[in-house]
Design a protein around this ligand. Structure first.
Ligand code: NAD
Length: 235
């Protein structure tokens, strides 16, 4: 039975990902600020933690590895977004986005790598975004953090090869509470029409990608992002 840590698994993509691993028989721990929301798998444990607080993350990861005797997979998924133009954003908001989305991934991966490297096995995963590879107005700081995750992924993979694999998933639009909070019903239709696949992804479709990347079937997949976007960025 593998031990899997997923951050931000109280909602959306993380919740579906934790559920996917738990259904496959893995032991799963969710690091999240908030308690698990509706639809969470009952076997997934919750440790209250803010991923921007490296000491809290380190303690949670160490406790999980000690309690279960192993640490096989980490999915650094917790993230936030704030819709603001470059002339409106505040220093406090921009710093919070970088702290959670980018330094949150770096801290969690770093703490996990400390445990995985001596054991010469493990898989580090994270949720980046197609926003990291294109310009999307009103999300400058968010987009930069997602590009940063891909950069972290490349360097971690090079430094930690050959024993540890590192990869990230870059979703396009996924129907989650984060996404819905920013839409009017009309916007939802507009975005659906703008995606060649004609719809948003379901969080379960992203969870499936994480499950694949964490499995031995993906044994040569490292140092890269896997884009899942219904052809949104194919043109
Ligand atoms: P969501 O808001 O439904 O879930 C995010 C979860 O992260 C929540 O449970 C929240 O409590 C938790 N969280 C937020 N800040 C945290 C912190 N500091 N410490 C610990 N937990 C924290 O959002 P989602 O859409 O499922 O997003 C998950 C990830 O997917 C994010 O990194 C997001 O940027 C990324 N993403 C989302 C989409 C999309 O369309 N929804 C697309 C591409 C990438």
């Amino acid at each position: 039975m593998r031990t899997v840590v997923v951050s931000g698994a109280s909602s959306g993509i993380g919740l579906a990902t934790a559920r996917r691993f738990a259904e496959a028989g893995d032991r799963v721990v969710n690091l999240d600020l908030r308690p698990p929301g509706a639809g969470a798998h009952p076997a997934v444990g919750w440790i209250e933690a803010d991923v921007s607080d490296w000491a809290a993350v380190r303690a949670a990861v160490a406790r999980t590895a000690q309690d279960t005797g192993r640490l096989d997979v980490v999915v650094a998924n917790a993230g936030i977004s704030i819709r603001h133009g470059v002339l409106e954003l505040t220093e406090a908001d921009a710093r919070r986005i970088v702290d959670v989305n980018l330094l949150g991934v770096l801290g969690l991966w770093r703490c996990a790598a400390e445990i995985m490297v001596p054991r010469r096995q493990g898989v580090l995963l994270a949720t980046a975004s197609v926003n990291g590879s294109r310009g999307y107005p009103l999300y400058a700081d968010y987009n930069a953090t997602k590009a940063g995750i891909v950069a972290l992924c490349r360097t971690f993979a090079l430094e930690l090869a050959p024993h540890i694999r590192v990869a990230c998933v870059s979703p396009g639009a996924v129907l989650t509470p984060m996404q819905l909070a920013e839409y009017t019903p009309q916007m939802l239709d507009e975005v659906n029409r703008s995606i060649p696949a004609g719809r948003h992804a379901d969080p379960a479709e992203i969870a499936e990608a994480f499950h694949y990347l964490a499995s031995p079937v993906a044994s040569f997949f490292t140092g890269q992002e896997l884009v899942i976007d219904g052809a949104e960025t194919a043109g």
